[in-house]
Write a protein that binds this ligand. Structure first.
Ligand SMILES: O=C1O[C@H]([C@@H](O)CO)C(O)=C1O
Length: 575
């Protein structure tokens, strides 16, 4: 099966056999079809007490959790009830092997779903773990169109760690300006920045001080914005599946007085390590084990703090409620303030701690066929503030790449090869980005099918003096090995020798490049299709921070007519 290697034996027969079973994509005897019918609509809701238009699924944000077992087929019928707006939904972390048209990436794998229309996504969830879904059209994710996907193991197979209960924690940041207003500001001259969020949401609930709400409708006793309560039974162990759908913020999550043991990230088992608090970037998922082993006569705060950017948002709060205390009883202590927001080393160290779990290691190929270095910069192009990689700011074409490449509609996007690196000798990553020659492009990186590709993400100073941001990069259609992270400029001779982990690197689908640092990843281009790779910060992708890979498109089966209808695709025969 593509993307799947036998795990290392490491002397453990049981994990080996289990790892092998986990790796198989052949339909398991018990595989089921999980069918969901969703309607996406605008609703007036008050997630942080202030009333605002949100995008909901069947009336809710976050939307319903998709629950499936490994090997199941998930069918989601999405009716676009937005009336005046298109949409598309991406299944983040699901590799879509054999179904690249179901990836839900508007402009890359499909035309948008028009108002009133229903699009049917159908895909196999071939790996167990914690995943998410969200809008991949404009900035709709920021309006609330997101949710969780839990894929459990087949019957009779158990996880390599024990817990009593499984709970979901979805983290997000929240603005009062509509996403339309935000998007218009980002593309205006002069540029209008979205600024820091007004509140942070835990499972869709936050809190805004209504005395600052001006004329907006705001009611601090609205049950919609009462804090999320996680009730625990003393002595029991909880698996918390934590995911971040943040539009901008890097988060630190802490449960007062309780350590967390990290056991999974992005659908891969982690060699367990204990943290007091967890740094989590947009697009990442983690499972942590928490034991309710503290003094049981009181409740505790679960606190969400912004890191990496100078915070201007109150701590997001939920209540870790020890049964049988009253679930709304406020903990008697101050909520955790989290680590220093600008302690990059603290966050880099957590990234370096993440290793694949013994017995579940999928070792990467030891050599690579191609190394692509991507310099992350902020630029000004024609007066617009944009983000770019190697001086190119990405724009989406009108004809989705999957259709254009499969049907050879080469006139629909740039045919030039995008740059493999930047001018390392003359570029100072510690200086404000100047990049006078930055341009727009919708060119594609074409990968040799089955080749091994290394990507070096090189961070740099933004256009703001003494500022380099954290960018979480998400790859569609694959899991990649995280080979290494380091500070400063990547050294192509010494860093692979000294800083790469080729023994037990974790596989993920989203990874952060830290301020003024580099991150190296490796993947095998073995999934026929066209796949986006982009910064998961909603405004940064909107401002051009992404690229697209094509691999083995000639192996992709007949494209469903339902993905067509925009750009030049409406000229194609439908069958
Ligand atoms: O994209 C961004 O723009 C602003 C700032 O760089 C310019 O105002 C910011 O903090 C971003 O992340």
């Amino acid at each position: 099966m593509e993307g799947c290697r036998a795990p290392l034996l490491n002397g453990w027969i049981t994990p080996f056999i289990m790892g092998f079973l986990l790796c198989m994509s052949i339909p398991l005897a018990s595989a089921k079809v999980r069918r969901y019918r969703w309607e996406v609509t605008y609703e007036l809701q008050s997630p942080d007490c202030l009333e605002k238009l949100v995008i909901a699924i069947n009336g809710r944000t976050p939307g319903p959790t998709i629950m499936a077992q490994q090997g199941d087929t998930v069918i989601v019928e999405v009716k676009n009830g937005l009336l005046t707006e298109n949409t598309a939904i991406h299944w983040h972390g699901i590799r879509q092997i054999g179904t690249p048209w179901s990836d839900g990436t508007e402009g890359v794998t499909q035309c948008p779903i028009l108002p009133g229309e229903t699009f049917v996504y159908k895909f196999v969830v071939d790996r167990p773990g914690t995943y998410i879904y969200h809008a991949h059209y404009g900035m709709q994710r920021s309006a609330g169109l997101y949710g969780s996907i839990h894929v459990s193991l087949p019957d009779g197979i158990s996880e390599p760690f024990a817990y009593d209960y499984d709970r979901n924690i979805v983290l997000n940041d929240w603005w009062h300006k509509t996403t339309h207003e935000q998007a218009a500001g980002l593309s205006s001259i002069p540029f209008v920045w979205v600024k820091e969020p007004q509140s942070l949401l835990i499972n869709g609930r936050g809190w805004f001080n209504c005395s600052q709400a001006g004329t907006a409708v705001c009611n601090s006793t609205n049950p919609q914005c009462s804090p999320f309560v996680l009730t625990v039974v003393p002595g029991k162990t909880y698996r918390l599946r934590i995911s971040s759908l943040a539009s901008l913020s890097a988060f630190n999550f802490e449960i007062e007085g309780h350590n967390m043991t990290v056991v999974e990230t992005d659908g891969h088992y982690v060699e367990p390590f204990v943290v007091k608090n967890l740094n989590i970037y947009s697009g990442e998922t983690y499972s942590v084990l928490v034991v309710a082993d503290q003094e049981p006569s009181r409740n505790y705060w679960a606190a969400l703090n912004v890191v990496s950017r100078k915070p201007d948002t109150p701590t997001g709060l939920a209540i870790f409620n020890y049964y049988p205390n009253h679930p709304r009883r406020r903990p008697p202590t101050a909520p955790p303030a989290g680590p220093l927001w600008n302690d990059t080393e603290y966050r880099l160290n957590q990234s370096l701690k993440i290793r694949a779990r013994r017995g579940y290691v999928y070792p990467p190929p030891t050599t690579t066929d191609r190394v692509i270095t991507l310099l992350n910069t902020q630029n000004r192009i024609d007066g617009h503030t944009r983000w770019a990689v190697n001086n190119i700011s990405f724009t989406l074409p009108h004809t989705p790449y999957l259709i254009a490449l499969k049907h050879k509609l080469h006139h629909t996007f740039s045919q030039s090869a995008p740059p493999e690196t930047y001018d390392r000798a003359n570029y100072d990553i510690f200086k404000q980005a100047a990049n006078p020659n930055a341009t727009y492009s919708d060119a594609v990186y074409r990968l040799k099918f089955n080749s091994t590709v290394d990507i070096i993400l090189q961070n740099a100073n933004s256009m703001v003096p003494n500022n380099s941001e954290t960018h979480p990069w998400h790859l569609h259609g694959h899991d990649f090995w995280v080979l290494g992270h380091g500070p400063g400029v990547f050294d192509p001779v010494n860093d692979p020798l000294r800083k790469y982990n080729l023994v037990d690197p974790i596989m993920k689908n989203t990874v952060a490049v830290h301020p003024y640092g580099w991150t190296a990843i490796r993947f095998v281009a073995d999934n026929p299709g066209v796949w986006a790779f982009h910064c998961h910060i909603e405004s940064h992708f909107f401002m051009g921070m992404g690229i697209v890979f094509e691999e083995g498109v000639e192996r992709v089966g007949r494209l469903p007519a339902a993905i067509m209808g925009c750009g030049d695709s409406h000229r194609l025969p439908r069958h």
